[in-house]
Design a binder for this molecule. Structure first.
Ligand SMILES: C[S@@+](CC[C@H](N)C(=O)[O-])C[C@H]1O[C@@H](n2cnc3c(N)ncnc32)[C@H](O)[C@@H]1O
Length: 207
């Protein structure tokens, strides 16, 4: 399959190919997503939001561990799929999936204890716009976990730059600082692991 079509589908899955891509994402991103979910340190009273959940790799463990899970994605097909797969959790009031973008999260301020987003920041219009929204919908003291392949790795993959914006770790950290996040740190299982998981916290008070 041409790289450009793969990139388009990763950025915004649509149609039959989008469903296939959702399955591939789940397989290829499983370790990264599992590591990112662990870093959330979920408790049974947490309300958690997954931004750009795609094929939904994180959703079974988020639903198993948290009180309430919301997911947003700009892909209608990913939303339809999650609504069908997790119909029981939705009916029980423990999950909700909405169509939307990180730049305008369709939630009230301070709605969530924790936010996770994995492999999505390459597609955001602006890191600052996305993190500002994440900061707004997090409760004071809440944390955000952001997983991504850094620019050095992405550049080697040769993805079309009009679809993928490669992000360096320093750029992500600086955008988090600019949007008032604190206690920012990066984790990965091994020093040689290609991906980065950045954890950041919203201050308890805004002063
Ligand atoms: C490469 S997939 C990653 C899916 C999943 N998080 C994973 O790691 O397997 C990117 C997903 O983010 C969604 N997405 C991209 N940009 C977005 C944005 N600005 N707002 C909301 N969702 C977005 C896409 O529709 C797609 O489902």
């Amino acid at each position: 399959m041409p790289l450009r079509i793969i990139a388009q589908q990763l950025s915004h899955p649509t149609g039959f190919l989008g469903r296939v891509m959702g399955r591939l994402m789940n397989r290829n991103n499983a370790k990264m997503n599992a590591f990112a979910v662990d870093l959330l340190n979920l408790t049974p009273i947490d309300r958690v939001l997954d931004v750009g959940f795609g094929g939904g790799n994180t959703l079974p463990s988020l639903i198993a561990q948290a009180e309430f899970v919301a997911g947003i994605d700009r892909s209608q097909i990913m939303i339809r799929q999650a609504k069908a797969r997790y119909a029981d959790a939705i009916a029980a009031g423990r999950a909700e999936f909405r169509h939307g973008t990180v730049e305008a999260l369709p939630f009230e301020a301070a709605s969530f204890d924790k936010i996770i987003t994995v492999n999505t920041i390459y597609f955001w219009r602006s890191l600052e716009a996305g993190f500002a929204e994440a900061h707004r919908v997090l409760r004071p003291g809440g944390c955000a976990v952001v997983g991504f392949l850094p620019k050095s790795h992405m550049d080697r993959m040769g993805m079309p730059t009009d679809i993928f914006t490669a992000r360096a770790l320093e750029e992500v950290v600086s955008a988090l600082e600019n949007t008032k996040f604190v206690d920012i740190r990066m984790e990965r299982p091994q020093p040689t692991t290609s991906w980065n998981i950045v954890i950041a916290r919203r201050r308890l008070t805004d002063s």
